[in-house]
Design a protein. Structure first.
Lengths: 84, 277
């Protein structure tokens, strides 16, 4: 039975969002998931035959998607959430 | 109740993979993940079609629930081990529904799909089939579910504590939903009086739950100690199932409900009070 191999995670920023890039290989296929760090949800996924190709595709798709998300800054003086 | 009766490790799963009366079930946010690979013998449930009423907005009806269990080869005495992606978001959602319908032995695999993959455990693509069973669900126990009137009342009487488990960006109204997730609402912000304790604060980097001591400290810092009843909510009720599980089973709070209507209900209501700090 195959096992996940070459697992890696790295954090970066895409279109102003902190993201986590997760890649592993299962058999001859590489799988990459780009997760949005804070809410913790996956954003895009990609698969391919090399790590470089798979990650590049996932990052490209994630960047396009994340750039479309509308952010509305909260009013100043928010005391419920540190940092605001 | 011992911790192992609700939460098992990946090592425990490896040891019991082929025990006949145990059924592994994968439930993911990404409903295609199961088809890519899964734990040997695991069946896959699609939260969007199999764990909800597909006509009206509700949890799965009792007869459909029985059908799902029958088709998954689960009978009333089966030990069900749930796991999934995003640190068990929808595995916890399934857990909550299994408890609503009175399934006796249901547990989460600590760390979910992520930990299994990180540890390089064996994965398969083959979809198993099991002989059909004749599952009989109990009448739904809605004592663990909060409805809109319960939340409205909580704001008025301040006896019940509300915990918003979404990210700070959703809590403040900066975004309406996490990127890539389509279910949204008309207004951003949060329900008045709610404390923001993101679900992810309850997890370690490897996806496992933090220790009971750490969890107790985390929730106590926001005044959640179990002295008052608690209602957890998020966007559609899956992340709050995760927190519901933590509060009820890992911290042993007696009165905790999951408000599955969550922000997609409240944030769409006409005239409902919204706090946007």
């Amino acid at each position: 039975m195959p096992k996940a191999e070459e697992y890696s995670e790295r954090k970066t920023e895409l279109s102003g969002w902190a993201v986590n890039i997760v890649t592993y290989r299962l058999g001859s296929t590489y799988y990459t998931t780009v997760e949005n760090n804070d809410p913790g949800a996956w954003v895009v996924k990609a698969e391919g035959l090399t790590r470089e190709e798979t990650e590049a595709k996932a990052l490209k798709d994630a960047e396009v998607l994340l750039a479309k998300i509308k952010k509305t800054p909260p009013p100043t003086g928010c005391i419920s959430v540190p940092g605001y | 109740m011992s911790l192992e009766q609700v939460l098992v490790s990946t090592d425990w799963v490896v040891k019991d993979l082929k025990v006949p009366n145990i059924r592994f079930v994968e439930v993911d946010v990404d409903t295609k993940a199961y088809l890519e690979s899964h734990v040997l013998g695991a069946v896959g449930w699609d939260w969007g079609t199999q764990l909800c009423d597909t006509v009206r907005r509700d949890i799965i009806p009792k007869d459909k629930f029985e059908q799902l269990m029958n088709n998954s080869g689960i009978d009333n005495s089966t030990t069900v081990i749930l796991y999934g992606d995003n640190n068990n978001w929808f595995a916890a959602w399934a857990f909550w529904q299994l408890k609503i319908y009175g399934h006796n032995d249901v547990r989460l695999m600590n760390g979910g799909r992520k930990k299994w993959i990180v540890e390089g455990r064996e994965l398969v693509k083959e979809i198993p089939t099991y002989p059909k069973t004749s599952y009989r669900a109990q009448n739904p126990d809605y004592s663990i579910r909060a409805y809109l009137p319960d939340v409205s009342k909580a704001i008025e009487n301040r006896v019940v504590q509300l915990v918003d488990v979404r990210s700070p960006q959703e809590f403040t109204g900066e975004i309406l939903a996490p990127p890539g997730l389509p279910e949204t609402c008309q207004r951003g912000g949060h329900i008045p009086t709610a404390k923001n304790i993101p679900w992810s604060k309850a997890c370690n980097d490897d996806g496992t739950f933090k220790s009971a001591e750490e969890l107790k400290k985390l929730y106590a810092s926001a005044g959640i100690t179990g002295e008052k009843p608690v209602i957890a909510y998020c966007r559609i009720g899956e992340r709050s199932s995760h927190t519901w599980f933590v509060l009820k089973y890992l911290l042993g709070l007696q009165n905790v409900k999951n408000y599955d209507g969550s922000w997609t209900e409240w944030g769409n209501l006409v005239g409902a009070p919204v706090e946007k700090p």
